[in-house]
Design a protein around this ligand. Structure first.
Ligand code: AP5
Length: 214
C-alpha cells in the first residue's frame, strides 16, 4: 500500500508516519528528512537547500521528485510506502503519478490531517529529537520518561531544527496554504482523500489513520 500524509507544518505527519512504520513495517519517505541529510554536505546543493529551508520556502520540484524516485528504486515493490511531506505542489503530484506508474505502484489513500493552524506554532516550536536515534519529543506533549534521557536509545543529547522558529513556521504555513492545499482536489477527484482530525490526542489520530487503512 502506498499512502500520502498531507497537512501543514506540525500537523503530525512525521509522528503518524513513524507509528505506521512500527505497526505495519511500511517505509517512511520524508522529503524533509532527505533534504536535512542533503544540507549537511558542504556542497553547492547542500548550501542552496539549507538557505531555502531556513527561509521556510519550498525546494525545487525537480530536486525533491528526483530524490523520491531514487529512494523508491531501492525498495522492494511489495514494500508499503508513506509519503510524508511530498507531494507539496501540483507539479510534484503529477511527477509522483509518473514515478509510481513507472514502478508499478498505485496510490491507495491520501490522509489529510486537519488541524487548527493557531495550535501549530506551539507544537513546532516545542518539539525536539534525540540526536542519536531521531526519536521525536515535545516540551509539553511528549517528554521522555526520565528527564534528559531518550526512551528509545538512552541517548542524552537532543536537538532542535533551525527552521522551527515562529517566523519561519509562519512562512511554511503560508507556503502550505498557497501551494500544497490546492493539490487536494487533484486527489479528491479520485475519491482517495480522507480527512482525519489532527487536533485529537496522538493515539486517537493513530486509531483514525489505522481505520482508514483497514
Ligand atoms: P518537513 O520536514 O516536511 O516539515 P513540515 O511539512 O513543515 O512538517 P513538520 O515536520 O514540521 O511537521 P509534521 O507534520 O511532520 O509534524 P510532527 O509529527 O513533527 O519540511 C521542512 C522543509 O523542507 C520545508 O519547509 C521545505 O523547505 C523543505 N521541503 C520538504 N519537503 C519538500 C517538498 N516536497 N517540496 C519542496 N520542499 C520541501 O509533529 C509536530 C509536533 O507536534 C511534534 O512535537 C509532535 O510530538 C506533536 N504532535 C503531533 N501530533 C500531535 C497531536 N495529535 N497532539 C499534540 N501534539 C502532537
Amino acid at each position: 500500500m502506498n499512502i500520502i500524509l498531507l497537512g501543514p507544518p506540525g500537523a503530525g505527519k512525521g509522528t503518524q508516519a513513524q507509528r505506521l512504520v512500527e505497526s505495519r513495517g511500511m517505509v517512511q519517505l520524508s522529503t524533509g528528512d532527505m533534504l536535512r541529510e542533503t544540507r549537511k554536505a558542504d556542497t553547492p546543493l547542500g548550501r542552496q537547500v539549507a538557505q531555502v529551508m531556513d527561509a521556510g520556502e519550498l525546494v525545487s520540484d525537480e530536486i525533491v521528485s528526483a530524490m523520491i524516485d531514487e529512494k523508491l528504486a531501492s525498495l522492494a515493490p511489495e514494500t508499503g510506502v508513506i509519503f510524508d511531506g511530498y507531494p507539496r505542489t501540483e507539479a510534484q503530484a503529477r511527477s509522483l503519478d509518473t514515478i509510481l506508474a513507472g514502478r508499478g505502484r498505485k496510490l491507495g489513500h491520501v490522509i489529510e490531517l486537519d488541524v487548527d493552524e493557531d495550535a501549530l506554532v506551539e507544537r513546532i516550536t516545542g518539539r525536539y529529537t534525540c540526536a542519536t536515534c531521531g526519536k521525536g519529543y515535545h516540551d509539553r506533549f511528549e517528554q521522555p520518561g526520565v528527564a534528559g534521557v531518550c526512551d528509545k536509545c538512552g541517548g542524552s543529547e537532543f536537538k532542535r531544527r533551525p527552521d522551527d522558529n515562529e517566523e519561519t513556521v509562519r512562512t511554511r504555513m503560508a507556503e502550505y496554504r498557497a501551494k500544497t492545499a490546492p493539490i487536494l482536489p487533484f486527489y479528491e477527484a479520485r475519491g482517495i482523500v480522507t480527512r482525519v482530525d489532527g487536533m485529537a490526542p496522538m493515539d486517537d489520530v493513530t486509531t483514525a489513520v489505522e481505520r482508514v487503512l483497514g
